[in-house]
Design a protein around this ligand. Sequence first.
Ligand code: HEC
Ligand code: HEC
Length: 139
Amino acid sequence: MKLNLKFTIIAGIAAAIVTGATLTTLSSTPQSPQYVNLKVLPKNISARDLQSIMVDDFQDGLGVTCGFCHTENKDGHGLDFASDAKPEKNISREMMRMTLGINKKYFKVKHPLIGSNALVIGCNTCHKGQAFPDGDELK
Ligand code: HEC
Ligand code: HEC
């Protein structure tokens, strides 16, 4: 009997710990990163901020669609946004680093972030709606 009671108490404590752990995990889910392959943008960026960068700065800034940088899903439906298969995506990362660097070094923007209004130079400053601002695609 005594042993059984001991077991019940231990099991009860264990259950409480497990429940507590589950609750902690659940409540922290909304803040945990939802994107899996960000190397320049903040890993915990909100969906709203990421979408606005992809649409306003990248798509409209370069005059392209998402598929210019993002490869197709293997099943042919939609795009695999996390994949780095297309070289344009990594070139864009370099362009992002360059853009941040110009803002920081030459325009003294303290904490430059892609998509922020504080930037003096953005993708569109050079690109103006064209993927190749140097006219390379015409050659
Ligand atoms: C000019 C290139 C370019 C275009 C156009 C572009 N993207 Fe991206 N996208 C990137 C780069 C670069 C990253 C990774 C950024 C990083 O590493 O911080 C990215 C990351 C993403 C991610 C995060 C994937 C993950 O899980 O890591 C999503 C989602 C995404 N893009 C959606 C879109 C959508 C939707 C469009 C069209 C409206 C779009 N992108 C257009 C370059 C582009
Ligand atoms: C200081 C000017 C400048 C800024 C700012 C700039 N770019 Fe570029 N970008 C260029 C030039 C010039 C080229 C053409 C390079 C070439 O043809 O080799 C280019 C080419 C590209 C290409 C095409 C590369 C290829 O060969 O397929 C992509 C994609 C790109 N830029 C993305 C971006 C993104 C995204 C941003 C903003 C984060 C950005 N660029 C900001 C000047 C700029």
